[in-house]
Ligand binder design. Structure first.
Ligand code: 4NP
Length: 162
């Protein structure tokens, strides 16, 4: 099993949306027994919370259901997950500091590295924005998730194990 953890700040906007889009794409390829994603936040602010209503609405508008409760990224996640994908540079700094001096199997990557058009840039935090900002985040995550799935398939050559 290839395990992917998406990380943002609050775990109610970007990372649960990334998780839902990614798992949707994985399922469409029949790879749900081989690749699985979860999400978490670097903050403790929304532990146990449902995603922001705008996150749920944006996903639903694209035919994607979200089943997630907020949880905080924890040190042991670095032993469980193969890939930890940060939404922005602040998330990355937090993840790197948690991983410092720890044994870890995880590779830490930036979500923006998988976007062909804006490689390397942050996925902007839509929390203080409006519906259009959520739509733009969806577009960026959809593109990045597509490329990330392709990257994992190319790297690990998983068979359809259904
Ligand atoms: P996220 O967005 O990191 O994409 O989930 C945020 C959600 C909540 C807050 C900040 C960012 N907040 O300040 O509560």
């Amino acid at each position: 099993m290839i395990k992917v953890m998406f990380v943002c700040l609050g775990n109610i906007c970007r990372s649960p949306l990334a998780e839902a889009i990614f798992n949707h794409k994985v399922k469409n390829r029949g790879l749900e027994k081989v690749i699985i994603a979860d999400s978490s936040g670097t903050s403790h602010w929304h532990i146990g919370d449902l995603p922001d209503p705008r996150t749920i609405e944006t996903a639903a508008g694209h035919g994607i259901q979200i089943n997630h409760r907020g949880r905080q990224f924890k040190p042991d996640d670095t032993k469980i997950y193969d890939y930890i994908i940060a939404m922005d540079k602040d998330n990355r700094v937090e993840i790197d500091s948690i991983m410092k001096n720890r044994q870890s199997k995880a590779r830490v990557l930036m979500m923006g590295d998988f976007d062909r058009n804006s490689s390397g840039t942050d996925i902007p935090d839509p929390y203080y924005g409006d519906k259009m900002d959520f739509q733009e985040v969806f577009r960026l995550l959809d593109e990045s998730c597509e490329n990330l799935v392709k990257y994992l398939v190319d790297t690990h050559h998983p068979d359809d194990k259904r």
